[in-house]
Design a protein around this ligand. Structure first.
Ligand code: AKG
Ligand code: FE2
Length: 287
């Protein structure tokens, strides 16, 4: 008897997902359609939705081991930026929390450092997962990001590291926690703290001053798949406590099929390794 349909052969990464609880294969009828409707409603109402146990335990173990084998080749990136990711506003008062730069350090694998045959890359490239991500966000079109460095990243925060507060440059961010920290390392956010027109500056200033009392967080064990409106919700990760690093995959999508970042931005994010790749390429092209 054939145990796999043709579709499963071409989308093996689906084997990592707990499809009983998260029926993403058929979103047009029955349990899949009901599940999709719940996801859409949660994003609309609260600006996020998250699925603990999305990846089943054996899958999480395989993904975490794979990431740990690759991470020694990652660059250590020190990211210094304002929460809006732009240049600081010189005209703002020196003590304005929203105009300051914040720094954090992470071990980060860019997309080009994650081979196509890895499980995490296969999961990211799964057409069924991409379709699920598109439908949850109610986008007419949504593509995996075409940028060779940005598309899929794996970010490790070592003990004592945090991820500084920021807004993302895309509307909705999708993350998969591969390994949780022993404590701390919590994803904390202010859902929908800004719109295209305005920002809830009191709430934002409160979080930036270190008061987390109005911010949200939720339980996220390894294997949790999370959507949040990161472009509109100030967010970050609290300090990792204990001896285990926190490892997270960041999956980037775009409404344009061919979205790439400028060389300048990629060099700013990914540092000297990427600068060398891009410079060598330019040199080769000019010869
Ligand atoms: O690791 C996380 O949970 C969030 C990461 C994040 O905010 C980002 O990469 O922009
Ligand atoms: Fe982010």
């Amino acid at each position: 008897m054939q145990t796999h349909s043709f579709c499963e052969h071409t989308d093996m990464a689906l084997n990592l997902i707990d499809l009983q609880r998260f029926p993403i294969k058929d979103l047009d009828s029955g349990v899949g359609a009901r599940f999709l409707a719940q996801c859409q409603q949660q994003i609309d109402q609260q600006g996020w939705c998250s699925f603990e146990g999305f990846i089943h335990p054996q899958g999480v173990e395989a993904l975490a081991n794979e990431a740990k084998a690759l991470l020694p080749s990652a660059d250590t990136l020190t990211v210094k930026r304002t929460i809006y990711q732009g240049v600081p506003d010189d005209t703002a008062p020196a003590d304005d929390l929203r105009k300051q730069e914040y720094t954090h350090t992470a071990q980060q694998l860019a997309n080009d450092q994650i081979p196509n045959e890895t499980l995490i890359q296969q999961l990211y490239q799964s057409p069924i997962l991409t379709e699920f991500v598109r439908r949850v966000q109610r986008k007419q079109q949504l593509y995996r990001c075409a940028d060779e460095f940005q598309a899929l990243n794996v970010v490790a925060l070592k003990p004592q590291a945090r991820h500084a507060w920021h807004y993302d440059t895309v509307e909705c961010t999708v993350t998969l926690l591969l390994q949780s920290s022993e404590s701390g390392g919590e994803f904390v956010f202010l859902p929908n703290s800004r719109t295209d027109e305005s920002e809830q500056t009191e709430l934002v200033d409160q979080l930036l001053s270190g008061d987390l009392s109005n911010a949200q967080t939720f339980s996220r064990g390894a294997g949790t798949f999370t959507f949040f409106r990161g472009g509109y919700s100030l967010h970050g990760v609290t300090k990792v406590e204990g001896s285990r690093e926190r490892v997270s995959a960041v999956l980037t999508y775009d409404e344009q099929p061919d979205r790439v970042l400028s060389d300048e931005v990629n060099i700013q994010i990914y540092g000297p390794r990427v600068e060398k790749i891009l410079n060598d390429r330019k040199l080769a092209q000019s010869q």
